[in-house]
Design a protein around this ligand. Structure first.
Ligand code: DP6
Length: 357
């Protein structure tokens, strides 16, 4: 049974990469092969509550259920590593929930591993605020680096807006930079759920195989200039330029995936059908929306937030068989303590917010 009155709650948003992280120079320290850039989201988040408990075994719940075996390895390994590296030993009670449909196939592990890192360190140190965390030696920079060990893309979720993850000249020199905050350019991300099935290849395996692709080195060579063009388009709020770059970028990453050994084919016929439709629709009706893809079959459609309802309606009319998740640019994580007695109230309000969305 839990022996402490206080539990900590971390809320970490998901992010969608516009320039992708694909390939690792060092998997052990999570040093990426290239710089990447993402947009932090506002609706898709992981909310994780942690407290220290007696006993030896962690107790994990995802959406109030035990973790599904296929999704559990990453968080469990990460907790083990954090304990080893930071010198904590207490077992934790962890309740995690996502504000998006929980499936290994839809969202990246960025928000989940980010929230787990923050909540676990909060529970172990007894920190109840960002200031407490900093006083215990956990600066934002250190927290980002620790979250990155759980899942590379998690480090980008520690800032809002447009965020760059710079690989740097050494693993220790990696850093996260704010490119522009969430108010600079209100963009939306409409996720078209072509399939919610689990991925055929785990992204951690795909990252390792990337080096075997004959397209990987040419990709690394062209990325610095692409990143500059993406940053310039963000600065100018130029959706056409941004869209051209992110579509080419997503397809280049999938070309690497398809030409790696072993090859990873994340795309489905329905994905290609959708991408062709979106491109044709832009020409036909001037739809101002562009796709990107992660390691999965579900296109993310990027458009101005003011156009999101119209674009979503247009997609839904053409593809009534697909669910859409409409999200938009947002801010970074939150962290704090909630006395046990207040937890049920907090959970209720979270549920209402989720139902309203
Ligand atoms: C295609 O961050 O999930 O979403 O570091 O092995 O956990 P690990 O990989 P992960 O890879 C994300 C890959 C991507 C592109 C991106 O988010 O940049």
């Amino acid at each position: 049974m839990p022996s402490q009155k206080i539990s900590v709650i971390a809320t970490v948003p998901s992010n969608i990469a516009l320039v992708k992280y694909w390939g690792k120079r060092d998997p052990e320290t999570q040093w990426p092969a290239n710089d990447s850039l993402s947009m932090t989201l506002s609706v898709a988040k992981s909310i994780t509550e942690a407290s220290v408990i007696d006993g030896q075994e962690d107790r994990f719940f995802l959406n109030d259920k035990g973790f599904a075996a296929t999704c559990a390895a990453k968080p469990l390994n990460h907790l083990r590593r954090l304990r080893r590296e930071l010198g904590f030993s207490s077992a934790l009670l962890i309740h995690s929930s996502n504000t998006f449909p929980t499936s290994c196939g839809i969202a990246s592990s960025a928000s989940g591993l980010g929230a787990l890192t923050l909540a676990a360190i909060g529970a172990w140190t007894g920190a109840q605020s960002w200031e407490d965390l900093a006083a215990c030696g956990y600066s934002m920079k250190r927290l980002q680096a620790l979250a990155r060990l759980g899942s590379g893309s998690a480090c980008r979720s520690f800032l809002g807006g447009f965020v760059e993850w710079e690989a740097g000249p050494s693993s220790e020199a990696q850093q996260i930079n704010l490119v522009a905050n969430s108010e600079h350019w209100p963009l939306a991300d409409i996720i078209v759920v072509v399939s919610a099935a689990a991925k055929p290849t785990l992204s951690s395996e795909g990252h390792l195989a990337a080096w075997t692709s004959p397209l990987f080195q040419p990709r690394l060579a062209l990325l610095p200039e692409r990143l500059d063009r993406v940053k310039a388009a963000i600065k100018r709020r130029d959706l056409e330029d941004l869209g051209r770059e992110i579509e080419a970028e997503a397809l280049d990453m999938h070309a690497v995936m398809l030409s790696s050994k072993p090859a990873a084919n994340y795309l489905l016929p329905a994905t290609s059908h959708f991408l062709a439709w979106l491109r044709a629709e832009r020409l036909k009706s001037g739809l101002s929306a562009y796709f990107t893809l992660d390691a999965g079959p579900n296109p993310h459609v990027i458009c101005e937030r003011d156009d999101a309802a119209w674009v979503a309606n247009r997609i839904q009319a053409e593809f009534p068989q697909f669910d859409l998740l409409v999200d938009a640019i947002g801010d970074g994580p939150t962290f704090g303590s909630v006395p046990k007695a207040e937890n049920s109230e907090w959970k209720k309000s979270m549920l209402t917010r989720r139902q309203e969305q």
